[in-house]
Design a protein. Structure first.
Length: 252
């Protein structure tokens, strides 16, 4: 074989595997958005990876994950989700709150969105109905919000002498209005007043507990919220400091 033909043949042999690799499908990318930090929700993150593995997906092997953590600053969620949209992820997982899911819904009508939230997604405006969610969004409702009246009743059973209750609500939670109405109706049914304390930041939580010094209550009900779930140590510390019985909602 002449030298020129040999070099041309070698060049073709080298180019062929490169072209073959270029034709292989790109690894799908999942966008994962969370209101807190990785340290605050290890169980949720572990469950997410376990669920992926059960369907045959392993991070780094056949799927990539772009993580976006808001570090409890919910006003950053639109920016974080917009960044995932710019990266053209295959799907967005709004891991732990309706606020994150709403931010994702506002950012895209084409990328599939999967949510996990404690409130009613229909009332929150995420989906049209349970049977036919419509659009590009679906997910899981933990039905925690709907149990508010039950928790208040349980709190009264535990503290039968209690006459004045308060509820701590997250002003950024899209389901705050329905939760307040539900708990106030339940409190009225048992003939007990209930005060509403609002919080949207860590400082607001401190201020809400400090206000109990001027307006003491017999018990405090902490409503479902990604913020409160992330600040559970702060809540427990404040409850001990101010010696107020508190009922929490289990969140990740």
């Amino acid at each position: 074989m002449r030298r020129r033909e040999f070099i041309m043949g070698l060049g073709g042999a080298v180019a062929w595997p490169l072209a073959a690799r270029a034709q292989q499908p790109a690894m799908p990318v999942i966008g994962y958005v969370h209101t807190g930090t990785p340290e605050q929700s290890p169980n949720l993150l572990a469950g997410f990876h376990r669920g992926l593995s059960e369907t045959g997906y392993v991070e780094g092997r056949n799927v990539a994950i772009e993580y976006r953590w808001a570090h409890n600053e919910v006003d950053r969620l639109p920016e974080l989700v917009a960044d995932l949209v710019r990266h053209r992820v295959a799907v967005i997982a709004a891991a732990n709150s309706g606020v994150a899911a709403l931010a994702a819904k506002a950012a895209t009508t084409t990328i599939p969105i999967v949510f996990n939230m404690p409130a009613d997604p229909v009332k929150a405006g995420l989906v049209a109905s349970y049977n036919r969610p419509g659009g590009n969004i679906t997910g899981v409702n933990q039905l925690i919000v709907e149990l508010g009246a039950k928790r208040l009743g349980l709190l009264q059973e535990l503290l039968p002498a209690a006459v004045r209750f308060a509820m701590l609500v997250d002003r950024n939670n899209p389901n705050t209005g329905p939760m307040i109405a539900d708990l106030q109706a339940a409190a009225s049914a048992i003939g007990r007043p209930v005060e509403v304390l609002y919080a949207g930041t860590n400082r607001d939580i401190d201020a809400a507990f400090a206000s109990l010094m001027q307006n003491p209550v017999d018990a405090l009900l902490v409503t479902p919220s990604a913020l409160f779930g992330a600040r559970r140590i702060q809540l427990a510390t404040l409850a001990t400091r101010y010696a107020v019985p508190v009922m929490y909602t289990p969140t990740h």
